[in-house]
Ligand binder design. Structure first.
Ligand code: ADP
Length: 300
């Protein structure tokens, strides 16, 4: 039902007392290796909810690539579309200091080699999907190829992360464009406006068919060119422990429910519950809930 096209990374995490200055060496904690990347995260989040999910991505022919494939399969993701080789698996080198602040170097590796011809060669996977979810941790021309491959029966969900200017023909098929506050401001530049309702209106002006703005603990706002005002979708109130991956869990849940025929506000009402569940546990993929673990909706 859901095809995720995107990045898969190994997150290599070390705790440090302080960051090294240029030319300096510091000792850190034991290394922790976690499966990550926005594409990989979204695929795992959807599959864990029970969605029939496939991932189209590229990893290296190396230990990290095998780890990522294994974590996808363990979650129940169809990995026949995961290509192997061409460059080392993408990694994020992450140091965490005692205050919890991250410093991150990303080596895109194989993600940067997921090419338009890889999309053209995956016609069967694209043809079988009701909804395709894509982010920007793969080359923009590959994203454009995905957008151009949408048939009338397929819906494209696009999260512009990391933010980058998108060509009009890509924006025109986004249904919805899903942004957090940072991505909204970045897409709009100085023209952002003061309220999420104003951002949503301005984002619709860029050409997508619909827009979803996620607002952290405040939930989300949905807006559709097909009518009506923007609608606020509140999130359940939870004890937030770690917000890593919350946006990926939200977007995966939203895309899956849209593919099942739900309306935008209805799908977002489910997605905020999935996002809220994801912030109650540490980690990215490790924090994603099963269907039974999704809290009931509504704000007390
Ligand atoms: P991102 O993770 O991309 O920065 P947000 O912070 O907007 O995106 O979070 C995405 C979704 O996760 C929100 O729409 C909401 O459903 C949920 N969420 C995030 N932070 C919280 C929180 N503190 N309490 C409850 N839900 C949250």
């Amino acid at each position: 039902d859901l095809l995720v096209v995107g990045s898969a990374n190994a997150d290599l995490v070390v705790g440090v007392e302080r960051r090294p200055a240029p030319g300096e060496t510091v000792l850190g904690s034991d290394l922790a290796v976690h499966p990550g990347g926005k594409g990989g995260n979204q695929a795992v989040a959807a599959a864990r909810l029970g969605a029939r999910t496939a991932l189209l991505a590229r990893v290296g022919d190396d230990a990290h690539g095998r780890l990522l494939l294994e974590s996808q399969r363990a979650a129940g993701v169809d990995t026949t579309g995961v290509l192997v080789g061409g460059a080392p698996t993408g990694v994020a080198l992450i140091t965490v200091d005692p205050s919890g602040d991250n410093s991150i170097v990303v080596s895109p590796g194989a993600n940067a080699r997921l090419a338009p011809e890889d999309i053209r060669a995956a016609g069967a996977l694209l043809g079988a999907a009701r909804v395709v979810s894509v982010q920007l941790e793969i080359p923009l021309e590959t994203v454009a190829e995905v957008a151009g491959a949408m048939s009338p029966g397929t819906r494209l969900v696009l999260n512009p992360s990391p933010p980058a200017p998108l060509p009009a023909h890509v924006l025109a098929v986004c249904d919805p464009l899903v942004v957090n506050e940072h991505e909204a401001r970045s897409m709009l530049g100085g023209a952002a406006g003061a309220t999420p309702e104003e951002w949503a209106r301005a984002l619709l002006g860029l050409g997508p068919r619909s827009v979803v703005v996620t607002l952290g603990a405040a939930g989300a706002l949905v807006a559709d060119t097909r009518g009506g005002d923007a609608v606020r979708v509140p999130s359940p109130q939870v004890e937030a422990v770690d917000t890593t991956g919350a946006g990926d869990a939200f977007t995966a849940a939203l895309a899956w429910r849209l593919g099942r025929g739900e309306g935008l506000a209805e799908a977002a009402a489910f997605a905020v519950r999935v996002g809220a569940a994801a912030v109650t546990r540490r980690g990215a993929q490790a924090s994603f809930p099963t269907a039974e673990e999704v809290p009931v909706g509504g704000v007390p």
